[in-house]
Design a protein around this ligand. Structure first.
Ligand SMILES: O=C[C@H](O)COP(=O)(O)O
Length: 318
């Protein structure tokens, strides 16, 4: 049995991998709670615009396509720094906002650095994203190159087979190696939950990655058949909560993939608020990985300022 050392914080945890045997997930209860969230209004009407503005600051504005170009990434970075039109900013009476970060492939870090010049963090997906089936040596080198190129956040993908075969020690070891390669950069562990078969596997993988020093745990690459869902999020944020209660360390959460509407963003924010508290509703502990969410939020805010509230209501309210 391995005594787990939290690598990032250089501390031995009062946990070992044997702890995983105690993890059981009640799928029916998670599904019920998810259904109740989907069927009720999560945010009062008068607070909606403020919540949507807050949501913008939580987005990892993402482009992860085979046809990405430096030009597209430069435009994405401009949008990340000024996500709302100035007339909307003025009408809402807010200071300008920005997204939490941008998220790109390694090859697109340089154009992002050129535009952002340190004003926003750059997250780079890594370790053979999205399948994670390159050699360990290649994965570690990829992280090092992305950090050297200017990424301050690294979104690694775990090796799914370690979870599917129950090889938790191998998952722990790989996560420690990624953590080490990241140095001071934040590391988000993408579990690819849609490929892990059971919620119990999702919970165990969450624990192992947290124990091995992940700063964030993230649901999906956006490329799996099933990406972020509310039941999976409940399992992951409850693992974060219990990890905090047992160790005192606050780990962040990032749902990603298919989160494209203001309504969905409000649901995920509600999960964070209700399961973890307001403290976890800040960009250093919560991000939403999304390529198209900002467009819908902008649309809803426009409805809000033009008084076309019923449209905003239909789209933005659960
Ligand atoms: O990490 C972020 C996801 O890849 C974005 O997925 P999406 O394009 O479905 O929003």
């Amino acid at each position: 049995m391995t005594i787990v050392t939290d690598f990032k914080r250089n501390e031995a945890m009062p946990l070992d991998l044997g702890w995983l045997n105690h993890i059981h997930v009640n799928k029916a209860a998670a599904d019920r709670r998810a259904a109740s969230l989907a069927n009720r209004r999560t945010v009062k009407k008068e607070y909606q615009a403020a919540w949507l503005v807050k949501a913008i600051g939580l987005i990892d504005l993402t482009t992860l396509s085979g046809d990405d170009t430096p030009g597209r990434v430069e435009r994405l970075c401009m949008k990340a720094m000024r996500p709302l039109r100035s007339d909307l900013v003025e009408a809402l009476g807010i200071a300008n906002v920005s997204t939490g970060a941008v998220c790109v492939y390694h090859e697109m870090i340089t154009p992002a650095v050129k535009v952002l010049q340190g004003r926003l963090p750059i997250a780079a997906v890594s370790t053979g994203f999205p399948a994670g089936l390159t050699s360990m040596e290649t994965k570690v080198r990829e992280i090092e190159l992305s950090v050297a190129a200017g990424a301050s956040e690294i979104d690694i993908v775990i090796t799914r087979q370690h979870v599917l075969t129950g090889n938790w020690q191998a998952l722990y070891d790989e996560m420690v190696a990624y953590r080490q390669a990241c140095g001071d950069a934040h590391v988000k562990a993408i579990l690819a939950t849609g490929e892990l078969t059971t919620l119990e596997n999702v919970a165990k993988a969450s624990w192992v990655c947290m124990m091995a020093g992940a700063d964030f745990i993230k649901t999906s690459t956006g490329k799996e058949g099933v990406n972020a869902t509310i039941p999976v999020s409940l399992v992951m944020v409850r693992a974060i909560r219990e990890y905090y209660e047992r160790t005192g360390f606050m780990i962040g959460y990032k749902p990603a993939g298919g989160v494209g509407t203001a309504k969905a963003a409000l649901q995920y924010m509600t999960v964070m608020k209700e399961e973890l508290g307001n403290e976890w509703l800040e960009p250093h502990l919560f991000r939403i990985g999304a390529s198209s969410l900002l467009t819908d939020i902008e649309r809803q805010l426009e409805h809000y300022v033009t008084g076309n509230y019923s449209a905003a209501h239909r789209h933005a309210q659960p």
